[in-house]
Design a protein around this ligand. Structure first.
Ligand code: 13P
Length: 304
């Protein structure tokens, strides 16, 4: 491990590279990263990076986003098979079809989607910005995809008519392993703990939460809510970062089995290899990238 870390640090200097890691990454990857954050923070960070190379320690759509925002930089994903089952729920063909079916309703896409589907979006949001952005739209009917749970959370908080596209898109980790059953079990095990949930969790689970937000908003909620014990309802990787930020507090995952295998496909070994070989590079066709860049920049501008 020490030898790998030394190699990565040396290669980073040689390549003028920086490592961006998502909050779900394994501890040693979080520790070697230059910056760790939620999807919105990683995308914003990617907009003002001074480096030649970005290593995206996360899943493929995150690397696509970094690449779209940095057409002149080389973006590497250490394992090209780090996908996202939620993003795969929406094909570009369906995105176009949903828009054609309801021309008056804007299509708001979660950043957890692929660039060729994002091409058809009117706005792009993350779990941190979805409520704020949709709340600002003039239209009452809004198409939202691909996560039906985030869609219902946005509907509950904004009071708008949110149409989930497709009707059943979800993150399997949140849908099956951070649902009401697992949340109730965790609350029984830790009756004094406050529950903080990600909005990708199903509505019945969300109703039991003391706070709801993106992964970084969940981390901030630990400090804001006060108290000594917390249950985090999302992928278990967030618990490592939370314990590091709040060493005095007791922090538990809702479910030890809530592990996203795609996020865990990034390792120190493949980061080192990727920096050595400068592969795999993530590059989005400029015809798609140019349009998606405009939507991302406008959507980020709207939420500040
Ligand atoms: P955030 O880090 O933006 O909350 O997104 C997490 C995620 O991708 C959940 O699947």
């Amino acid at each position: 491990m020490e030898e790998l870390k030394r190699r990565i640090n040396e290669l980073k200097k040689r390549r003028r590279a920086i490592i961006l890691a998502h909050n779900y990454q394994v501890p040693e990857v979080q520790d070697i990263a230059d910056y760790v954050g939620d999807s919105l923070e990683l995308a914003k960070k990617a907009m003002k990076i001074e480096a030649d190379v970005i290593v995206l320690a996360g899943v493929y759509f995150m690397a696509e986003t970094a690449s779209i925002l940095n057409p002149d930089k080389t973006v590497l994903i250490p394992n090209r098979h780090a996908g996202c089952p939620l993003a795969s729920f929406l094909t570009p063909r369906d995105a176009r079809k949903y828009k054609e079916e309801r021309p008056g309703a804007p299509l708001v896409l979660y950043i957890n989607s692929y660039a060729d589907a994002k091409y058809y979006a009117d706005y792009i949001v993350t779990s941190a910005s979805a409520v704020k952005l949709v709340g600002k739209l003039d239209e009452d009917e809004v198409l939202f995809g691909p996560d039906k749970n985030l869609a219902s959370y946005v509907a509950e908080t904004t009071g708008k008519n949110i149409v989930p596209v497709p009707p059943n898109g979800h993150c399997p980790i949140h849908e099956y392993l951070v649902n009401k059953y697992w949340v109730m079990k965790a609350l029984q095990e830790h009756p004094r703990a406050k529950l903080i949930l990600h909005p990708e969790a199903p509505p019945e689970a969300r109703r039991l939460a003391h706070a709801i937000g993106s992964t970084s908003q969940m981390l901030r909620a630990i400090g804001e809510l006060g108290g000594e014990e917390f249950i985090l309802g999302t992928e278990e990787g967030l618990v490592y970062r939370a314990r590091k930020m709040y060493p005095g507090k007791k922090i538990y995952p809702v479910n030890h089995r809530a592990i996203c295998i795609d996020m865990k496909k990034i390792t120190l070994k493949n980061i080192a290899d990727s920096l050595e070989t400068m592969r795999p590079v993530v590059k989005v066709d400029e015809r798609i990238a140019g349009r998606v860049r405009e939507i991302l920049e406008e959507s980020f501008r709207m939420v500040g």
